[in-house]
Design a binder for this molecule. Structure first.
Ligand code: PEP
Ligand code: MN
Length: 358
């Protein structure tokens, strides 16, 4: 075949591409029009019966040479485009996305700015066990000039026979300690029923890995004005994680802090596998601050410092780690919490490396 012949065929192909392009857009305009009519009539946009009829007709008229399965696949995609264009929300970038907002979201907690380029640190016990235990950690945090503390009142435990947390009493202890030591407190809420009550006691609602895709809980937290610290689910892809954050923001609450806490893999050397590159990916994809929880990701005291250094070096906005006055008798996560001396050494090293200004 001469080059000329080839050019003629290619020109015809280009012409057909343009016709297809025109037809697909024309179809989308029609679908939009149908969407408007349906909206007026209050009818649901997606109509599976109608879609089935369209597919049946295509199947009936299809003559080849392409195989039917491929044709159906292409038309399903075209139908989907028609549906998506009717939905305003699907056309826009996610609210949490950098495409939607370029500047970093900065969250002010008790004067501590999370996401302003200077790393923030959240220390505290795995669980609030008593006033004395919580106050001892608060004193150590305050002595370092830090302003944030964590502590679980509702503990999501693997076994129902393990310590479940002090519940409301735990929140009350946290509030008392927060007031006495001038700290902002972060605590996990596991049920929509407790969100309202929690607002009076804590400064940040934590949503834990086990509830990372509990959409009712995400919506309930999103309906408040409280900052939300959203952990990554243990088997959650980054895309699913971003969409979980979107559930919160779609309700009107944009005060969201992300926290990578390791994901479950086949590796047994650590409790979870810290997905360190999730940090820059989340920073690129969203405008939200991103922390790294070095305690639950590693599950190993000897790895807390190296993991924290890696987190800060790769661009995390801060680090969360657990501290207990006497980890050996802690009611949860006894193997991985730092005692107060280890806490001092940990923080001294962070300071020596100039990661902090206090
Ligand atoms: C916690 O931070 O107390 C906790 C239970 O963490 P995660 O949800 O990440 O397991
Ligand atoms: Mn813990």
């Amino acid at each position: 075949m001469s080059n000329k012949e080839l050019d003629v065929l290619r020109d015809q192909l280009d012409e057909i591409n343009l016709q297809l392009l025109h037809l697909i857009n024309q179809r989308a305009e029609l679908a939009q029009e149908i969407g408007r009519v349906k909206e007026k009539q209050g009818v649901n946009r997606y109509d599976p019966v109608r879609e089935r009829k369209m597919l049946d007709l295509i199947e009936e008229k299809h003559e080849g040479p392409l195989d039917l399965a491929s044709i159906k696949h292409i038309f399903k995609e075209i139908f989907k485009l028609g549906l998506d264009i009717q939905d305003e929300n699907k056309k826009k970038a996610l609210l949490v996305s950098r495409k939607q907002k370029q500047e970093d979201t900065i969250i002010n907690l008790n004067g501590e700015l999370i996401g302003n380029g200077v790393p923030s640190f959240i220390f505290g016990p795995c669980a609030v066990e008593s006033y004395e235990q919580t106050a001892a950690v608060a004193a150590a945090i305050k002595a370092k000039g830090l302003k944030l503390m964590r502590g679980g009142a509702y503990k999501p435990r693997t076994s129902p026979y393990d310590f479940q947390g002090l519940g409301l009493e735990g929140l009350q202890i946290l509030k008392r300690v927060a007031d006495e030591y001038g700290l902002a407190v972060i605590s996990e809420i596991v049920s929509t029923d407790d969100i309202e009550t929690a607002l009076d006691y804590i400064d940040v609602i934590q949503i834990g890995a086990r509830n990372a895709q509990n959409f009712d809980l995400l919506k309930a937290a999103g309906s408040t004005k409280k900052p939300v610290l959203l952990k990554r689910g243990m088997s959650e892809t980054i895309d699913e994680y971003i969409h979980a954050a979107e559930y919160i923001m779609a309700q009107g609450n944009s005060n969201i802090i992300l926290c990578e806490r390791g994901i479950r893999t086949y590796e047994k050397a650590t409790r979870n596998t810290l997905d360190i590159t999730a940090v820059p990916i989340l920073k690129q994809e969203t405008h939200l601050p991103v922390l790294v929880d070095v305690t639950h990701s590693t599950g190993r005291r000897d790895l807390l410092l190296p993991a924290a250094k890696a987190a800060l070096a790769i661009g995390a906005d801060g680090v969360m780690a657990e501290v207990h006055p006497d980890p050996a008798v802690a009611l949860s996560d006894s193997a991985q919490q730092m005692d107060l001396k280890q806490f001092d050494a940990f923080y001294d090293e962070i300071k020596r490396l100039n990661w902090v200004t206090v």
